[in-house]
Ligand binder design. Structure first.
Ligand SMILES: Nc1ncnc2c1ncn2[C@@H]1O[C@H](COP(=O)(O)OP(=O)(O)OP(=O)(O)O)[C@@H](O)[C@H]1O
Ligand SMILES: [Mg+2]
Length: 251
């Protein structure tokens, strides 16, 4: 078990953003955290990164309590989101060198060149981040996420701003990494076809609660209550997302 979350809760005043959430992610799995806007996905990822502390519950990564082993844990994982704030006056290379220093990457320039190449943005190396498009900035974030050869990747909507081809490329890279290095990935996306293609397991959230989880086909069968032979997460999403909070936990 690489990630174990138990009874995780986050409240802001009277509002509960994450409500008693428990799930596990096994080593080598790609797990998708999915659900409507405001369901609590980013909040959970931020808790796993130690950026915000839960009101209740616990998170264990690599078999160690996050609370008391934060630094050691953070060296073994990485994160990106298209909403990441880079120091925008620095160039792409300068930005990535700063992160390479944090992650103590050996031969950083070579590693960065390799990643820029892989994500098809070598030509942007000396451009300030302020002058990049959203999709280009997203790719810089992805390069950053791979700098330390993470055992665990937490990706918040990694393909949100990407064009169709770039999204396919990222998807292939992630699957490739999982195959070659057994990288464990927990990621969020609103693209149900992509989630269906990528994820071994999905955790469906609504109003801060887990309302369905399992393999894409298991979730499809249990939510649609039909014996489907193919997953249909787009239908599942529409079915689950139309529920009100008081209906949310009925599976
Ligand atoms: N600092 C905060 N104070 C108050 N409410 C917050 C705070 N941060 C998040 N929330 C609320 O918590 C809920 C969950 O937010 P979160 O960002 O986790 O949703 P999400 O599932 O990532 O949604 P999206 O798909 O839109 O990215 C939202 O209703 C949001 O308004
Ligand atoms: Mg979010």
């Amino acid at each position: 078990m690489l990630v174990r979350v138990e009874g995780l809760t986050k409240t802001y005043g009277k509002f509960t953003a994450v409500d008693d959430v428990s799930f596990v992610v096994n080593r080598g799995e790609i797990a998708g955290l999915v659900g409507p806007n405001g369901a609590g996905k980013t909040t959970i990822i931020h808790i796993l990164l130690g950026l915000i502390s839960p009101t209740a519950g616990r998170a264990e990564l690599f078999g160690r309590e996050l609370d008391s082993n934060r630094e050691a844990i953070l060296q073994r994982l990485n994160f990106t989101s298209p909403y990441m704030a880079f120091p925008v006056r620095l160039t792409v290379m300068e930005n990535l060198l700063v992160f390479a220093e944090i992650y103590k990457v050996g031969d950083p320039e070579r590693k960065i060149d390799e990643l820029l190449d892989r994500f098809d943005i070598a030509r942007l190396k000396n451009k300030p981040v302020s002058k990049l498009s959203s999709g280009e900035t997203t790719r810089v974030g992805l390069c950053k996420a791979f700098l330390n050869n993470p055992e665990l990747l937490l990706l918040d909507e990694p393909t949100a701003y990407l064009d169709h081809q770039a999204a396919l490329q990222v998807r292939e890279i992630l699957l490739d990494l999982q195959k070659s290095y057994g990288t464990t990935i927990l990621y969020t996306s609103h693209n149900m076809l992509e989630v269906q293609r990528m994820c071994d397991r999905i955790i469906f959230l609504s109003y801060g609660r887990v309302i369905a989880s399992g393999t894409p086909i298991e979730v499809t069968r249990s939510v649609l209550r039909e014996n489907r032979d193919k997953p249909a997460l787009d239908e599942v999403f529409l079915r689950l997302a139309s529920r009100r909070p008081d209906e949310a936990v009925s599976n």
